[in-house]
Structure formats: C-alpha cells, structure tokens
Write a protein that binds this ligand. Structure first.
Ligand code: HAM
Length: 428
C-alpha cells in the first residue's frame, strides 16, 4: 500500500521551509512595528462559530466532525470568528484599540488547484475598538507596507465599501441581498443580470447596481460615483466615508490604491470598508489577501465595537514571490564544517563544533564515519563557507587549518583562536 498525503495538502521541504520562515518572520516584524501582538487559537472550534455568520460559501467548505462525546466541531476555515470569540471570552475589558495578529493553518474543502488548497496558511490581524476610518486606513497601509517589505512589487490593493451597494439594495427594498452579494463576489455579471431580471423592483436600481460594480479606478472615479449616487442618501453617506478613508490612507503614505465598488467579499460578516489585494500574474487565485470592517462581535453577543482586519493567504504570497523570481536573503544552513582528518580526531572535532555552536554559528561535523577524502565534498554539498581541518600533526603544534571554500585559501590557526576567528569572519 502506498501512503499518500490527503488531497489539497502539501509537504514542505528544507528550502521551501526556509523561504516560508523568512517571509513569515519579515511580515511578523512589520505587524509588530504597528503594535500588533500575536495570539493563538485552537485548530478546531464549535461548528456553530462558523455557521452563525460566515456565509453560505464557507458552509459548503467546512470540515466538520463529531468528536467521541458527540459534539459538533469544525476545523477552522479562517480566524476572524475564532478571534471574535476569544475577544468576547477574555478581552472585552482590555483597553482599546486591541491589535492582534495570528499565523496558522486553515482548512477548506475546496477543489484543489494551483494556489487553492484544503490546508493553507493565513497570516492576519484584527484591530478591535479602533475608530473608522483611521483604523481601516492604518490596517490597509500596514498590508501595503508588509508586501513592500518582502519585496513584492506587482500587487494592487482594491478598496470598496459594502455600504454603497447595500444602500442601493435597501433603498430598492430587495430581498435576498445575500444571493446578490454572493454573485457580485463571484464576479459573475451575466448570472447577476439574470438574477436581477427575476427580482421585482424599479429598473433604475438594477441599472445603478450594474453600473456601480463596474467602477474601478483611482481617486478620480469618486466624482463620477458621487453624481450617480445623488438621489441615494445611504449609499452617498458610505461614499463619503470611503473618501475619508482615502484621505487617511494617503496620509499614511499609501496612495497606489484602486477604488473598486465591485468588491463584495465571500464572508457575510463584513459591514463597511472592504479590500482585496491582487497579484494578477497568479490568474484565478490572484487574491492574496482580503479583509475589511465587520460586525461579528455583535453577532456573537458582544457589545457593539468597531472591528477591522485582514488576512494574507500566505501560500499565495509565497507563490507571488516565486513568480516574481525574488531571491530572498536566506541564512546558510551550515556555515562551518569541522572535518577530522583521521578517525582519532573525531572527539576534538566534536569539541570544536560544540564551541562554535555555542557561539551561534551553524556548524556540522561528521556523524557518518566518512573517509577524509569524502568529507570536503560533503562539506561543499552542505554549502559550508569554511572547513576546519582537524589533523594530528597540526594539533601537536596547537593548530588547526581553516579552509575558505569560496577562495580555496587555507590558513593555520592556533586552536584557542579558531572559534573567535570564525565568529568574526562570519559576522563581518
Ligand atoms: P478570505 O478572503 O476568505 O478572508 O481569506 C483570506 C485569504 O486567504 C484569501 O485572500 C486567500 O489569499 C487565502 N485563501 C483563501 N482560501 C484559500 C485556499 N483554499 N487556499 C489557499 N489560500 C486561500 C478571511 O478568511 C477573513 N477572515 C480575513 C479577515 C480578517 N477579515 C477580517 N479580518
């Protein structure tokens, strides 16, 4: 029987893990400079946490199961609902705003394809108790800053406000708004048109809706939208809020956004500002991040508190970097290889390796009893920058030899100086 990993899951090997850790660490670093602190929540939660308000799309994709005690549980498909639960359980009394970030896997039963997995990772944040539009502006600026910091250049941040479309839907007194929002989120205009044909309302609402979801551009599109929305007070109010958000964003130093009123988001808990980040080169899975302002805490029975956040689809961010052919500044796995010239030199080699490691230098030595002739090529394969040759004759005179694998130059060094010398060469 051949054992296989489940569909839609992946194993990660050494190089890939190094790249992922580098990007994860860099993104964490940016989040922390904005005052976010890390939290961790369980991989599984009560199923009801995700069925209350996450929306139809998520429901179909949930991995749920009964445990031995008959409880209905679910592997988390995302982390906003768990963070809202955590907030209600433990953080309601903590001074606001509260800034939290997380990195962890999520599970969705989807049809696996490039960039779409059944287990994937999100690195995201939630800002609870900040005031709109300043909180949203800072969150979006942080998303942009994060991507700039990892060297991604080809991304676009699209920003919208659900209040604009919802304002029209409410004024038109349309029922089944969720279905319309889901079609807008899918970007399926034809299906949306035929859905609208079936609903009974004044044609002007349908026209305006189809018109709005096509609006995309920089700040100049706002003027045009303002005119379209003249007779729609709720939608106009949301448009003004969007304008204020753009002012905030620009003062945080980010002005390269795209206003996109066709963003509806797949999850049902969003209530105002929404945004998505695209890398077009990724094709169908171009959305590397999504987020916005939501009302989940209220839905879960907590007090009304403004909350906003977003999550990077970490696997897609990695894919985008790969596609952009970015070379990441990764640390070497092995800096120094300590090579015993003869078997009797083994213990001395271990001793030197131990001292180097305690100085924080990544060091390997021979654990496979290789002949000396093979050791140099082994050290080379490992990518070691320096090899310490530990030979009996050298040792008698209190020396070892250091070989620089780049230049092939060798130098004799007093045994008591070898560690300091290598530390200074490597840290230089
Ligand atoms: P989401 O848009 O459902 O939002 O997911 C966030 C990101 O996770 C997506 O933009 C995408 O890059 C990535 N993603 C989603 N599904 C998959 C998959 N099957 N395989 C690989 N990547 C995937 C949320 O989950 C919200 N909780 C974000 C948020 C935080 N909103 C407010 N705060």
């Amino acid at each position: 029987m051949e054992l296989q990993k489940p569909r839609g899951t992946r194993d990660f090997l050494f190089e890939e893990m190094k790249e992922r850790k580098y990007v994860e660490g860099t993104l964490r670093g940016v989040f922390e400079t904005y005052g976010y602190q890390e939290i961790k929540t369980p991989l599984f939660e009560d199923l009801s946490l995700f069925t209350l308000k996450s929306g139809e799309g998520i429901m179909e994709q949930i991995y749920h199961f009964k445990d031995k005690g008959g409880r209905d549980l679910a592997l988390r498909p995302e982390l906003t609902a768990p963070v809202a639960r955590l907030y209600i359980n433990q953080l309601q009394k903590v001074p606001k705003p509260i800034k939290m970030y997380y990195f962890g896997s999520c599970f969705r039963y989807e049809r696996p394809q490039a960039g779409r997995f059944r287990q994937f990772w999100q690195l995201g944040c939630e800002l609870i108790g900040g005031k709109s539009p300043d909180a949203e502006g800072e969150v979006i600026a942080m998303a942009a800053h994060s991507l700039e910091k990892i060297g991604l250049t080809d991304f676009e941040i699209h920003i919208g406000d659900l209040g604009i479309i919802r304002g029209i839907l409410n004024q038109a007194q349309l029922e089944d708004q969720d279905q319309i929002m889901a079609l807008i989120d899918k970007g399926d205009v034809e299906e949306l048109k035929s859905c609208l044909e079936r609903v009974e309302t004044d044609q002007k609402y349908k026209d305006i809706l189809l018109n709005l979801i096509g609006v995309q551009g920089h700040r100049e599109v706002m003027e045009e939208v303002r005119e379209i929305l003249e007779d729609y007070p709720d939608a106009s109010k949301s448009l003004q809020e969007l304008e204020r958000l753009l002012d905030v964003l620009e003062s945080f130093g980010f002005s390269n956004y795209v206003v996109n009123l066709g963003i509806a988001r797949g999850l049902d808990y969003y209530s105002g500002t929404v945004f998505e980040i695209y890398v077009h080169g990724l094709g169908a899975q171009k959305q590397i991040s999504g987020g916005g302002t939501y009302n989940l805490i209220e839905v879960f029975g907590g007090e009304k508190v403004e909350s906003t956040g977003f999550a990077f689809g970490f696997d897609r961010v990695m894919e985008a970097l790969k596609q952009q052919k970015s070379t990441l500044p990764l640390a070497k796995t092995v800096e120094v290889f300590v090579a015993p010239v003869s078997p009797e030199m083994k213990f001395k080699s271990f001793e030197i390796a131990d001292k180097l490691r305690k100085e924080g230098i990544a060091t390997e030595t021979d654990l496979a009893g290789r002949k000396f002739k093979k050791l140099l090529s082994h050290a080379n394969n490992l990518g070691a920058r320096y090899v310490v040759l530990v030979g009996a004759r050298d040792l008698e005179q209190g020396h070892v030899t250091i070989k620089d694998m780049d230049s092939s130059l060798q130098e004799q060094v007093a045994l008591e100086e070898v560690v300091n010398l290598l530390v200074s060469k490597i840290r230089r």
